[in-house]
Design a protein. Structure first.
Length: 417
């Protein structure tokens, strides 16, 4: 049986236009439901892309540690004791935590008023000291020069990498700063590179506004002794960060005579757990989007089904005549189902087209700046799935009216006024 031959489509179109106002109102429910589904799915995808772009280049298998006052008395020490991580902790951690991938101590120095100077140009910026491995944890993009290396650490070289914003303030546009001298907190350093962050996540300040130097150099130049302000670590491939986090906490507590039960003496942050929370949030948002969107579509489906029931009622005599002239139940069912499917698909496809157009326009507007909401578009798979959903909805909406039409008896239908 051919449901969608040319003559049949023409007949369907005549029926739909005959009940124009009723059909438009009914189709609007399907159009609106599909439009909302497309817009919400596109918005959800844009939010997911935005989050992904913000964390791109940042090691999600990382954990960070810092000292904090003790809260439990232990081995003769009173609670509230202040302590610091030290250089001696590094080799012990490397030896005892076999699941470790990268490890870098970090020092911070505040940005006093105009603490970074070159000639007459100056500004206030954060200063950070770290190991070369730190660039594998919080990845930066080098616009000029190179990053810190092991020789810089071993020889305590007075070199530094400046952020892109610092470069723009201290140097002329297009000028190569490598090899140039700048003064940081009263001490001269040679610029070996210019860096830009590759993600929206940063620890201790934005890369663009930070001066990075070798950890050993910063300890010596600024009289920091052997103190470590912050410790960054990543887990080896396939190892949960929680394993590395717990082992490092155990080593630090043992090294500094802190009670194993003191949960507040060592601040730690598991980045992997934070990103898992974002992922679960994304899954929840996606589920909510589909529930709301499909709910709206189902409401539109009920409207289509109701209008088809009314149509069957109004065309009882016509259906009875067709049955009397030899139309089979399949012909009657095909007639009603085809009208329902055509009405639903036309309205739904219109909703998809309008939704994609609105998302595209929004994407063009958002592309003008660095936005957390990025490229709101639906995928090709989503578009195909939407068409399949429309066909299913159209069939479902016409099923009950089709059954009602098939039950009409020719004699009763012809005699009905």
């Amino acid at each position: 049986m051919k449901i969608f031959d040319l003559d049949r489509l023409q007949e369907i179109w005549i029926t739909i236009t005959h009940n124009k106002s009723r059909s438009v109102l009914t189709a609007f429910g399907v159009f609106w439901g599909m439009l909302m589904l497309v817009l919400m799915v596109g918005a959800g995808a844009a939010l997911e892309r935005g989050i992904s772009s913000q964390v791109e280049g940042f090691a999600t298998n990382s954990a960070f540690f810092a000292s904090s006052p003790t809260t439990i008395p232990y081995k003769g020490f009173q609670k509230g004791r202040n302590w610091n991580m030290t250089n001696s902790d590094i080799p012990v951690i490397r030896q005892r935590v076999k699941e470790l991938q990268y490890l870098s101590p970090v020092l911070f120095a505040g940005g006093n008023d105009d603490n970074v100077v070159r000639g007459e140009k100056k500004g206030s910026y954060l200063v950070k000291g770290c190991y070369p491995e730190y660039d594998l944890i919080e990845k930066s993009k080098l616009l000029y020069g190179r990053y810190i290396n092991d020789i810089d650490i071993a020889e305590r070289r007075k070199v530094c990498i400046i952020g892109e914003r610092i470069y723009e303030v201290l140097f002329n546009k297009g000028e190569d700063p490598t090899g140039q001298q700048i003064r940081v907190n009263g001490i001269y350093f040679q610029v070996i590179g210019v860096a830009r962050s590759t993600s929206g996540v940063s620890i201790g300040g934005r890369t663009e506004e930070t001066v990075v130097m070798p950890f050993s150099t910063m300890q010596q130049a600024f009289n920091q002794g052997n103190i470590i302000h912050f410790l960054a670590a990543t887990a080896d491939n396939g190892i949960p960060v929680k394993v590395v986090q717990d082992k490092i906490l155990e080593v630090l507590k043992l090294q500094h005579q802190i009670s194993p039960d003191d949960k507040d003496a060592v601040f730690s942050m598991n980045i992997e757990e934070q990103f898992k929370m974002f992922n679960y949030l994304g899954i929840g948002i996606s589920a909510l989007i589909w529930i709301v969107g499909l709910g709206t579509l189902i409401a539109g489906t009920i409207g289509v089904s109701n209008i088809m029931l009314v149509t069957v009622r109004e065309r009882t005599k016509e259906i009875g005549i067709r049955r009397a002239l030899g139309a089979t139940p399949k012909n009657i069912i095909g007639q009603i189902l085809s009208e329902s499917i055509v009405l639903t698909v036309i309205a739904g496809v219109t909703g998809i087209v309008v939704g994609v157009g609105l998302l595209r326009a929004t994407g063009i507007v958002l592309s003008q700046g660095d936005q957390f909401f990025k490229d709101p578009q639906i995928s090709f798979t989503m578009a195909v799935a939407s068409l399949i959903i429309l066909l299913v909805i159209g069939t479902f909406a016409g099923y009950i009216p089709a059954q009602r039409a098939m039950m009409i008896k020719p004699v009763e239908a012809i005699s009905e006024e």
